[in-house]
Design a protein around this ligand. Structure first.
Ligand SMILES: [Zn+2]
Ligand SMILES: [Zn+2]
Length: 322
């Protein structure tokens, strides 16, 4: 089969990879659409040097073989973390935190391939009428929902998302549905335009001093909840300045570097810092199928053109296997 394979250093396009072997409990899925995520780009930069295998973790496909006959022929999406099944985390519903977990396209074969084998229990059937091109947003959108599971967001709260990229657009649309007063802070006026129907938008420069620091802000200018979706040191620093006393900062994007923060601000201001990763699929699928969240169209490529796809400046690029 065709696949985009990571050999530990670089991506290699192959046409002669054998079909994946199903282990007990696995389903075999024919991939219809698979999208590129920034994590895939990080892998090419060396984020997972020990990984060798098929790349990709965001997909929508059709079940061809399964221990659950009712699933055969169904369009599905899949959760990406597979736990060991018997550790404390796995036994208490926290499989994504299993220390022995395997993650699709990061530590086990992923979905940039014609076929993929994965545990049946991690699959979710796509509701009737939802296209594969839209359903593939389930995984990243579920990550946005994780915030609402972790932080109590009430209507009337001042909530802010820092960043105007893909992740931010998903988070902001989910948070807008809570009825909170939402502000999105970004660097790109043309990207901020996409938020204008449901959020107040502010250019980051409004908060910056001439030397690049953060202006002194009044309590009114700050927020009860600040979500960092920038994945950058400067975004985290800005989030620290934007949060109100007794407020919460949600670190949503994985910032791989180290950063210096004045930790005294946390006890003195009674600030909570919440780390947030993968989230629940079902509400994400429901929202997508009800059309309550909207994204620009995905730019789809043939897998052989993976370099063009990875270099695309589109909101989201991916691969079509049909
Ligand atoms: Zn992803
Ligand atoms: Zn486990």
């Amino acid at each position: 089969m065709k696949a985009l394979y990571f050999d530990g250093k670089k991506a290699v396009y192959k046409e002669d990879l054998p079909l994946p072997q199903r282990r007990p409990g696995d389903s075999l899925i024919k991939v219809v659409v698979a999208d590129i995520c920034s994590t895939d780009k990080e892998i090419l930069k060396g984020y997972r040097p020990d990984f060798k295998g098929v790349m990709g973790h965001e997909f929508c496909g059709i079940v061809e073989e399964s221990p659950d006959p009712a699933l055969v022929g169904k369009l599905v999406v899949g959760e990406i973390n597979e736990g060991c099944g018997d550790c404390l985390y796995c036994r208490t519903g926290r499989e994504k935190h299993c220390l022995l977990r395997q993650t699709l396209g990061m530590s086990r074969d992923g979905c940039f391939a014609e076929y993929l084998a994965m545990p049946t229990r991690l699959l979710h059937v796509v509701p009737e009428g939802l296209s594969p091109e839209k359903a593939v947003f389930t995984e990243p959108l579920a990550a946005a929902f994780e915030i609402t599971e972790q932080v109590k967001i009430e209507p009337g709260m001042d909530v802010c998302v820092v960043g105007d990229g893909r992740l931010s657009l998903m988070i902001a649309q989910v948070l807008a549905l809570t009825g909170a007063k939402l502000t999105v802070i970004g660097r790109h006026p043309e990207k901020l335009d996409m938020y204008k129907t449901f959020a107040r938008t502010v250019l980051e420069t409004e908060y910056r001093t001439e030397s690049g620091g953060v202006k002194d802000l009044t309590a009114d200018e700050c927020f009860d909840v600040v979500v960092d979706a920038t994945g950058s040191r400067s975004g985290i620093e800005l989030s620290m300045a934007l949060v109100r006393k007794m407020g919460t900062i949600v670190l949503k994007s994985t910032y791989a570097g180290k950063t210096e923060l004045d930790l005294s601000l946390i006890p003195v201001g009674e600030i909570s810092i919440v780390g947030s990763r993968c989230g629940p699929f079902e509400p994400a699928l429901r929202l997508l199928s009800e059309g309550k969240v909207q994204f620009p169209p995905v730019e789809l490529y043939e897998l052989a053109d993976w370099e063009k796809a990875f270099a695309s400046a589109a909101f989201k690029a991916g691969f079509s296997f049909e």
